[in-house]
Design a binder for this molecule. Structure first.
Ligand code: APR
Ligand code: PHB
Length: 391
């Protein structure tokens, strides 16, 4: 089979790019290792920058997002023994806000968009292997039910996440990897309960970080910082709610509605960047090239900026024979990736309890928050990064 662009990975990055290219008449195929239901079974974050929401509309997959998603003009930070301060995003970012809409729902919308467009997706593609990437005739092989297949193409996009095959197909001699692993994880619970607050609450507490988030008016998402040694089975629902209550300001805790968890999992926190994001005819996008801790809600949104740059670069190649965008893709994407890395590291460092911190470092952390809420400039920087820096 021959296509113009072969996309490895049927997560939000691969699907969004394929949909945008398909609408421009560029034929793509998506190779996904798992089933559609498996991909949609993953519970991930849910805060979209306005740039990402715009891309979803351009991909003609934004209708349900705009109908069911919530526009949030601000969020709260609890700190200093129960003090609650609000970050007014609209005021401090020059009028911008974010969209709260679950990544699982967004991925479902992209799959439905793909089915409507009739574009080809191969599920349960095994042993996917990109080949001849430095030639002008790359191809990808895979197996399905023990039958071998080959896709000839002009470009390969590695949108197969952190554990995918694409990044690993770049020679080690050419790849530089930067990583920071944090000494804790997030224990997350999804519950069919009314959210404790109409806006997100980020909590800095001596017992550790916590986050009160939501998916809708009847579906809540809560997280608490836990040491990496813990296993999810160590935490009953009761133990989770009790620990969350200990970290919340009293009046917030008094309003908390608890219930059985419908999903409960622990995610380790890691910062990771692979450079370059291009190797010959292979272009990496999303988690395949970079990971951020979820504190700044930048994972999906930075995947979105990769897709924005790659989509326009591939379009310019086919529309005008102009390869400047492809040549510059890695530099441009990484410039924005590193800003998201910085912001996510800063939010994580400011709001989490680091066991190895000295009393001096703990005081600096508290002062970071005190300075933030005493300075319009600092609030402006936070808001500009949270709503999304320009593409
Ligand atoms: N062959 C085919 N598909 C693969 C392979 C492979 N060898 N390896 C992984 N995949 C698939 C995975 O099953 C997954 O569905 O690639 C997809 C990658 O999707 P994601 O991990 O969701 O990555 P991405 O699409 O870049 O989305 C980034 O996901 O993890 C969140 O915080 C992250 O929000 C960010 C978003
Ligand atoms: C979530 O809703 O899951 C969420 C929101 C904001 C974050 C991280 C996760 O920073």
């Amino acid at each position: 089979m021959k296509v113009q662009v072969c996309i490895i990975g049927g997560g939000p990055s691969g699907l969004l790019l394929s949909q945008l290219l398909h609408l421009q008449g560029i034929n793509t195929i998506v190779l996904e290792r798992h089933t559609r239901d498996h991909v949609l079974g993953r519970i991930r974050a849910g805060v979209l920058e306005h740039g990402f929401a715009t891309l979803m509309r351009e991909a003609q997959c934004g209708e349900r997002m705009d109908r069911e998603g919530e526009i949030h003009h601000g969020f709260l930070i609890a700190h200093d023994g129960g003090r609650l301060d609000r970050v007014d995003l609209r005021k401090h970012s020059g009028g911008n806000s974010v969209m709260v809409y679950g990544q699982t729902e967004l991925t479902r919308d992209l799959y439905e968009g793909r089915e409507r467009s009739g574009a080809k997706t191969v599920f349960e593609a095994e042993d996917v292997a990109p080949r001849d990437l430095t030639s002008d005739r790359p191809y990808v092989t895979y197996r399905q039910k023990d039958e071998p297949f080959r896709i000839d193409c002009e470009f390969v996009v590695g949108a197969d996440g952190f554990h995918g095959v694409s990044r690993r197909s770049i020679p080690k001699s050419e790849l530089r990897e930067y990583e920071r692993v944090y000494p804790f994880g997030w224990l997350g619970v999804l519950s069919r309960t009314q959210p404790v607050s109409p806006e997100l609450i980020y909590v800095s507490h001596e017992r550790g970080f916590a986050l009160c988030s939501l998916r809708s008016k009847v579906l809540s998402r809560y997280y608490i910082q836990v040491p990496l040694a813990y296993r999810v089975d160590d935490w009953s629902d009761e133990a989770f709610w009790e620990e969350l209550v200990r970290r919340l300001p009293e009046d917030v805790a008094a309003r908390l509605i608890t219930g059985p968890s419908i999903e409960k999992s622990i995610a380790p926190l890691r910062s990771f960047v692979a450079e370059p994001m291009r190797h010959g005819r292979l272009f990496l996008a999303g988690d395949a090239a970079h990971i951020v801790p979820p504190t700044g809600a930048k994972g999906l949104n930075t995947a979105g900026s990769d897709i924005y740059y790659l989509y326009h670069a591939i379009l310019a190649h086919y529309r005008r024979g102009d390869d400047a965008g492809l040549e510059d893709y890695s530099r441009r994407a990484l410039a924005r990736v590193w800003k998201a890395q910085r912001f996510s590291w800063w939010m994580t460092t400011m709001l989490h309890r680091f066991p190895a911190n000295s009393p001096y470092e703990d005081r600096l952390q508290a002062t970071e928050l005190a300075y933030l809420f005493s300075s319009e400039t600092a609030l402006g920087s936070l808001a500009a990064n949270y709503v999304g820096l320009p593409f």
